[in-house]
Design a protein around this ligand. Sequence first.
Ligand code: X90
Length: 274
Amino acid sequence: MVKYVADSSIDIYEYKGENFESVPLVIYTDENEFLDDGSINIKEMLDKLEKYKGRSYTACPGTEKWLNAFEGGDEIYVVTITSGLSGTYNSAMVAKEMYQKEYPEAKIEVFDSLSTGPEMEMAIEKIVELKQKGMEFEDICEAVKKYLDDVHLFFVLGSVHNLAQNGRVNKVVASAVGVLGINILGFADEAGTIKQVGKCRGEKKVVSSLMSKLDEMGYKGGKVRICHVENEGLALKVQEAIKERYKDADIEYYPAGGLCSYYAERGGIIMGFE
Ligand code: X90
């Protein structure tokens, strides 16, 4: 059986009736635990976190959660959040070894997205597409690695409080924390860590800065996937701005899942593009 597996930073919990499984990360405060299995009420979680004065943190899935998701599969494609910011990839790799000890015939590939959210979703789309074309396991693996080199990730965040609290952004970025109304524009760099590329205030500026960054990165009308944290308005504006220049561009947006909502925080958007 073919299985498509990703950790929950992918933002989706099912994929077009395919044999897809999302493996949950967990978001913690000392009072609450949010298992990112699609059941989190995002608005409630964000409200609670905003009021909460103590520390909050996240944890990657343990190997047993991966093994559960692999169970029954003999051709398994796994996409994880960047190994540069999370132990998720490592734990998936350990699970892969354990699974293959038990089922030596099973084929498993774990792709380190060096990214998160929409870029992972785009990888799953690509894998399913190639599989449906009848491509072989090894060829799919090679093609998807190449594809991930050509997909990039941008994000716009109104706050990096949770990223900073958990040591996932450097001091320069963190120094902008708490400056109200300022948005941080950044991207996933080659090492799969967070690079800030600018700051801006106001939606108009955000959209125009994003557009010029897209140009700089060589965007030419390819596929775009956007997840937003309670900010459908901004996602729509970005879509419109891109469609003005590339009217046939394949663009979709959707609400972020638990993990990305926690780190991107209310108002944030994350965008993957070819
Ligand atoms: O607990 C864990 O192992 C999970 C840690 C995840 C930390 C980073 C999540 C970032 C989510 C922020 C904007 C996009 C970042 C680009 C990544 C290279 C979203």
